[in-house]
Design a protein around this ligand. Structure first.
Ligand SMILES: Cc1cc2nc3c(=O)[nH]c(=O)nc-3n(C[C@H](O)[C@H](O)[C@H](O)COP(=O)(O)O)c2cc1C
Length: 193
């Protein structure tokens, strides 16, 4: 049975690099046999989350996809040194998973990528993504990527001429899939399925 991986991130800007990186990571994950779905840019243009929010129908599918996921990939642009409001708000909606058997991102590997026009914001944004994922009980992969979009670019197909970054995406995808496959096997053993 294939593992399910959900991608979350990007920005609403034309040619968003954080969107293209997200799709590139998901393509690498798909090549390893995973089933992927993506929520990026305008998919995440949601009303600000608050406690007790009535979740719009359009968001229910996103929440259900994360609920069923074995692993998650999150990419964020660096906005003023940290993750964008759009991505943070989408992650705040995961509060809807609080009462689940696997609350929030519990038991899920999470691949993280931060993309900014400089190193300072890409590195600080990656650190923030890790903090948020820890708070959501997820397991960030050992390798996370900080990408400087003034030095490394991705085209519409998700291709980059930066071999070093392309190689890192392959490693991240492998770590994500290995963790998810091992975890889901153990989970099945624990529950006797
Ligand atoms: C509101 C806003 C704030 C930004 N702040 C920073 C920043 O603090 N540091 C930086 O290096 N880049 C910053 N950027 C540039 C983005 O990080 C950059 O465009 C990157 O490629 C990711 O965004 P994208 O997915 O829209 O391409 C900012 C962009 C916007 C729109």
């Amino acid at each position: 049975m294939s593992i399910k991986v959900v991608g979350i991130g990007g920005s609403v800007d034309a040619g968003s690099q954080s969107d293209r990186v997200l799709r590139s990571v998901l393509t690498a994950v798909e090549k390893l046999g995973a089933e992927v779905s993506v929520y990026s840019g305008f998919d995440l243009d949601l009303p600000p989350y608050h406690s007790g929010a009535v979740v719009p129908d359009s968001v229910a599918e996103y929440i259900a996809a994360v609920r069923q996921a074995d692993a998650v990939v999150i990419t964020s642009p660096g906005y003023h040194g940290t993750i964008s409001g759009l991505v943070k708000n989408a992650l705040d909606y995961l509060e809807e998973l609080r009462g689940d058997d696997r609350p929030y991102l519990d038991g899920r590997a999470v691949g993280l990528v931060a993309v900014a026009r400089g190193w300072q914001a890409s590195v600080s944004t990656l650190a923030t993504l890790r903090q948020v994922v820890h708070a959501l009980r997820g397991w960030p992969t050992p390798l996370g990527l900080a990408i400087n979009s003034s030095a490394t670019t991705f085209d519409e197909s998700g291709y980059t001429a930066d071999d070093s970054v392309a190689g890192s995406i392959t490693v991240l995808a492998r770590q994500l899939v290995d963790f998810a496959e091992n975890w889901s096997l153990q989970d099945r053993d624990r529950s006797g399925r």
